[in-house]
Design a binder for this molecule. Structure first.
Ligand code: TXA
Ligand code: MG
Length: 326
């Protein structure tokens, strides 16, 4: 079937388009939609067959579980055991770019959870996402709407380029806000554990729950399946500017360079995309990767940002895009 692409008014989503998308979900179709972080590839999260289509469309390893998206915190009770700490976090940070991992109830098919005893839940703040989830009337399972391993899509055109006919409907609500995915934390236990840095800075979560534990590499791979795989990679080799010596690496010498960062590049480059703040850097990172892929350059060099705030998530995406693990 040919993909239907609908352009949707972000602040006042057209109700006929939204109800068509909601019905498509109940009929087992795949619908890509904008969230405040990145575009998601949605299916009925309670329909095993529909969820499996997501994995097929993305070429995603089946041991990497999905996030269920909700239009209200109360609806989460249907799929997970919600403890007091989780309720407090939902109260303060939802809707927004924070995903909570909680003990799962048996209604959720194992294709969503990869057979783990937990499920990841979040309530996005994008008005199109909210309207769409409400219209569907079921939890929406949705990973980022890119081919597995590629940069996450921050625009509808990237969804179409990556997934094309595998998606039934794409809701085009313009560019996303944050540009990086949600922060994922495990709140099943007394100690809150960071599974993926993202749009919600850890410092803000710590103001509410105290210390958040960052896992060392190997432990993280065990508990956070998504971090096992290379991710976010542009088609052109990416090198990080952590130290000025990085500009003198043999891989860089004589190459046509595309640069992204906040500071001016140290040496002349063919193409550059500059951002004013770490937040703009996050907002534009994935789309900059995709833009530079279309330019006449051999490599990309990206500035390594400070760790504070969104910087932690930027560092995570940059190092994984460069194939460095963490
Ligand atoms: O911002 C976002 O989170 C976007 C939008 C579309 O909501 N979604 C997204 O989904 O980034 P995805 O599938 O690309 O990443 C989900 C992450 C993966 O790292 C996955 O391993 C982790 O969440 N995850 C999901 N369920 C989990 C669970 N039960 N335990 C541990 N990690 C889990
Ligand atoms: Mg993803």
């Amino acid at each position: 079937m040919k993909t239907k692409v609908y352009s949707v008014d972000r602040w006042n989503p057209e109700s006929d388009i939204i109800s068509e998308a909601g019905k498509a979900i109940r009929d087992g179709a795949l619908v890509a939609f904008p969230t405040e972080t990145v575009y998601g590839l949605g299916a009925n999260g309670l329909d095993d067959k529909a969820v499996r289509k997501i994995f097929a469309a993305k070429g995603r390893p089946v041991d990497n579980p999905l996030i269920l998206h909700f239009a209200s915190p109360e609806d989460v009770e249907q799929v997970a055991y919600v403890n007091e700490r989780a309720k407090l976090l939902m109260d303060i940070f939802w809707p927004g770019p924070l995903t909570l991992v909680l003990p799962v109830k048996s209604i959720v098919p194992p294709s969503v959870t990869a057979g783990l005893g937990t499920v990841a839940v979040r309530m996005p703040s994008h008005p199109v996402a909210m309207a769409f989830i409400k219209a569907a009337g079921v939890p929406i399972a949705a990973p980022s709407a890119n081919k597995s391993g590629r940069p996450s899509p921050t625009e509808a055109s990237s969804v179409l380029a990556d997934l094309g006919d595998a998606v039934d409907i794409i809701l085009d609500g313009g560019a996303t806000d944050v540009g990086l995915e949600s922060t994922v934390i495990d709140v099943t236990d007394k100690v809150v554990v960071l599974l993926r840095a993202g749009g919600m800075p850890v410092e803000r979560i710590e103001e509410v729950v105290g210390r958040v534990v960052l896992l060392p590499g190997e432990e993280k791979k065990k508990r956070s399946p998504g971090t096992r795989y290379r991710h976010y990679a542009p088609l052109i080799p990416l090198y990080l500017w952590k130290d000025d010596c990085d500009w003198l690496r043999p891989e860089v010498a004589g190459k046509r360079i595309g640069y992204i960062g906040m500071k001016e590049p140290l040496h002349p480059v063919e193409e550059k995309i500059l951002f004013k703040t770490p937040e703009y850097y996050a907002h534009g990172l994935f789309s900059a990767f995709r833009v530079l892929e279309g330019r006449n350059i051999d490599i990309i060099i990206a500035e390594w940002p400070e760790e504070a705030g969104i910087g932690l998530a930027l560092r995570d995406r940059l190092s994984r895009a460069a194939g460095l693990g963490k």
